[in-house]
Design a protein. Structure first.
Length: 311
């Protein structure tokens, strides 16, 4: 029986490690390189800088955070004692949230933080394959050095869903709630689905293997080799019942050319929500996987609602 293969470009945007490294290799071209546009607030910030911040256009301050020998760019729009962290999708910079940050800050009064993951934006490149443990460490280090230790509303798109799940599992006391925007979720990465995802990215890996000495190709090859094991482990991660979550799933999903994979994506979101009574499922009608761009008003509303429910 024939089946439709997942759209490779959409798959890259949804996968974690492969999404990031395929972007570096030029397989994905859906990000921008400018700093997030935000505006200042006279309120006191919960995020005390670890080093003098550099004022960016619109009011956010850039703080360069050190972690394990590399530096990461964190952008802080100062507010009151609560913090909202916006974590971008695979291959995206902090600027993915540039239109949402000022509106969110104005609506909630909270400190709003965005950042560039390693190898993107103003953050240093880290050699070797992308690893979710390293990404979680970077986020924790940034928040810790900025003085953020509790009352965080975490908003995660796509790839960042993996970071969010490990972060919540390890440090649930830091989170007051989460909004997972068409995010990678453990129930999706089954033994049946993982081989399909690997197959969808195989052409890029094959191309990289023709020039294995090229740095980005070495990274892509290394990550592809470990992808299945990493995501079998991710499949077993459990979100803590103490942290409420809103799951926003796009109508088109990352697999708009593959009904089977699209169904599995939606089913995984529904399964994740069913596992605890403090989780809500929202469908972003008409939206592609790029929900923050396609439906910014919806994303803003769900963040505001989650924030209000916890304060």
């Amino acid at each position: 029986m024939s089946r439709t293969a997942p759209n490779r470009r959409s798959v890259h945007r949804a996968l974690s490690a492969l999404a990031l490294l395929a972007f570096t290799a030029g397989a994905v071209t859906a990000c921008s390189d400018h700093a997030p546009a935000t505006r200042p607030s006279p309120s006191r910030s919960a995020a005390a800088p670890s080093s003098p911040g550099t004022r960016q256009a619109g009011g956010a301050q850039l703080h360069m955070i050190d972690n394990n020998g590399h530096r990461l760019a964190f952008y802080v729009t100062r507010g009151n004692g609560s913090t909202i962290v916006l974590d971008s999708g695979g291959g995206e910079y902090s600027s993915q949230w540039k239109d949402i940050v000022p509106r969110l800050h104005a609506a909630t009064g909270a400190t709003v933080i965005t950042y560039d993951r390693a190898g993107l934006g103003k953050s240093d490149v880290v050699p070797g394959p992308w690893k979710v443990a390293s990404a979680v460490s970077d986020l924790k280090a940034g928040l810790g050095q900025l003085g953020v230790t509790k009352d965080v509303t975490l908003v995660s798109h796509s790839q960042a869903g993996e970071i969010a799940n490990y972060f919540a599992r390890d440090d649930p006391e830091m989170l007051s709630g989460a909004v997972l925007v068409d995010a990678n979720l453990p129930p999706f990465f089954t033994d049946e689905e993982i081989p399909r995802l690997v197959a969808a990215t195989r052409p890029e890996v094959d191309a990289a293997e023709k020039d294995p000495d090229k740095p980005e190709n070495r990274q892509l090859i290394s990550t592809a080799e470990g992808f299945a094991a990493a995501h079998r482990a991710f499949h077993k991660v459990t979100w803590p019942d103490s942290v409420p979550a809103t799951v926003v799933v796009s109508e088109k999903t990352p697999f708009d050319t593959s009904p089977e994979d699209a169904r599995r994506w939606r089913d995984a979101a529904a399964e994740f929500v069913r596992r605890a009574p403090n989780r809500t499922l929202v469908t972003a009608e008409g939206a592609s996987h790029e929900v923050p761009t396609d439906r910014p008003d919806l994303v803003l509303k769900e963040i505001e609602d989650m924030f209000a429910a916890q304060h």
